[in-house]
Ligand binder design. Sequence first.
Ligand code: 5MM
Length: 337
Amino acid sequence: MDSELKLTIKDMVVVGKGILAADESVKTATKRLASINTESTEETRRQYRNIMLSAPQVEKYLCGVILFEETLHQKSDNGMLFPKLLAKKGIVPGIKVDGGLADLDNGEQYTKGLEGLGNRLEEYKKSGCRFAKWRAVYSISEKTPSPAIIQRNAEDLAKYARICQEHGIVPIVEPEVLIDGTHSIIKCQEVTEKVLKAVFDALNKENVAIDLTILKPSMVISGKQSDIRAGVQEVAGRTIKTLKKTIPSELPSINFLSGGQSPEEATAHLNAMHTLNEHLPWYVSFSYARALQEPALNAWKGKNENIPAAQKAFLKRAKLNSLATMGKYSEDMEKNE
Ligand code: 5MM
């Protein structure tokens, strides 16, 4: 089992490459398609995913794609099952395995989906998936996140990660401290530190092999509605400081989520982390959904004649984020590319 996991890590930790999150549930995909006045059907969701997954030479920038269950059984315009298409390009197919969020009485949310996970993983494996992803969320307000949700999410993420590794699937562990709110970057830093500490304590307790795990965290960033929002250098500096304090060096890769940042912000922040002149013990890259997809979605508008423009927009963001993983991105590339 270990050699299988090691090979997947090797294929997913590649300098200059990152992960595309294309794992929106039907509900979220419907919201995204509504923003371009396109009806959400199985076919329009397939068409949309086909634009990104079939984009020419996308494998230069991506080492993995997180898929939603529905996409596993869908085919590209050329008639190839999407996981097969990705594998053919040398991109590792993965799958979102959490069952979404459920409300708790105090207004916080936990993640569903542990029941029957092992059996589902066996099925996903047959479809070609080699890694999985599970997302837990933490909201910042005066009373949240509560110690109880920090503990519960950490334990569930750890159980999920252990089950994945037992089935030869690399777990992506995604604790997302939400950007919504008026909080300061310092508050976000405090919360992120507590959350990550609890997650790694739980992973260790559950005997999860850290060197065969990928972390998908949020960045340390000011609340979206905050009056004073920290600049790029501060976000990069505080994020790396917090990660160094809480994450063991044997973790192979940290792939950030974009969490509501604009595409340009998400790229600039990642790039700045690589220009801090600090040694980073792990590979630091991206696993963006919105920050990679937004320009493509807006260019497509649900119309066939816009597919080339949508693919161009998608490849541009993928390339700029690839450059950011090496600290080689600059703002003027936004105009020239
Ligand atoms: C936080 O969401 C993840 C990363 O996306 P962003 O880069 O846009 O923040 C993403 O993988 C998310 O987990 C999926 O889109 C699935 O979301 P839902 O809400 O449909 O389960």
